[in-house]
Unconditional design. Sequence first.
Length: 276
Amino acid sequence: MSALEWFAHKPLGDGIFWIQERFYESGNRANIWLVRGSQRDVVIDAGLGLRSLPDYLRAAGLLAQAEGSEPRPLLAVATHVHFDHSGGLQHFEEVAVHSAEAAALLRGDNYETVTWLSDREVSRPPRPGWRARHFRVPPVRPSRLLQEGDVISLGDRQLTVMHMPGHSRGSICLHDRERKILFSGDVVYDGSMIDWLPYSRISDYVASCQRLLDLVDRGLVEKVLPGHFNIFGAERLYRLASNYIAQAGFCHKLSTCAMRSIASIVLRMTNSRVTS
């Protein structure tokens, strides 16, 4: 299967494209965002990597033309290194990730990337003989380590890094302050927030949600482009963040601790079988 078949996209206007992996039919299917600027293009998250995303972008004519003969800079930014967002980073020459998760990406740590993929989630295999049990997030050396407050310049638009741990220790949002757009990764999406994975932390998640509330209170976000599911607005963002804070009490912490223990055992067993 070609990259052109594997992916599909939808233009949202203002240089933003919504890309998904057509045959990965799972709640874990991540949204991929292409943001075009006057000097640089940025891909936010990269999917599983079963087909080359840069090949798709070129074949679909989504990359703006560079002046002269030099290729236009293209940077892939991972909002975090979980497998559904980071598997495709291997196909990019320039990769940026928060420093807290750079080591996991560099060593191809399929425990921290919570690699979990089944054959039934892939409706059409990307190549003959492909099996989900062989899927791994390969080691990738980041070319840029991100920190809170860093700015990724695209020329005519700036994306500010907001370190928002909780779902994972290196989770980030990217904030286009001028356009009041938040690329939220898995920090928040229109669904249940997951805080029971390895390196998830409820207290960090609460603090991150308080920052989200502050963005809304200050009128700095009008549209959220999340890591999963559909786009939503400021009112929904406020409700999702405030609901998480309200529910993060003792009982929630107790049940989350149990779920994290089970998830850790399953992940270690699964990745042990793959590597043995």
